[in-house]
Write a protein that binds this ligand. Structure first.
Ligand code: ZN
Length: 68
């Protein structure tokens, strides 16, 4: 089973786009250096408490050097 990397709330990250691992809420991080909790966070629906990296300079599985 392939699991997308899930980055816990509060992790240090760089700018990029993230998606809530629990509800799918998309979050565009332009300047913050750590991830906030999901704005829709509820303990009943949010059990992973993490964000999937959609784009940006996280540990993206895609080619990190598109210009090469
Ligand atoms: Zn959420």
């Amino acid at each position: 089973m392939v699991q997308k990397k899930c980055v816990p709330y509060g992790s240090d990250v760089s700018a990029g786009t993230y998606e809530c691992g629990d509800c799918g809420h998309k979050y565009s991080n332009q300047s913050k250096t750590s991830l906030p909790p999901c704005p829709n966070h509820k303990s009943s629906t949010h059990t992973k408490n993490c964000w999937h990296i959609l784009s940006g300079q996280g540990d993206a599985p895609q080619d990190p050097y598109p210009n090469r």
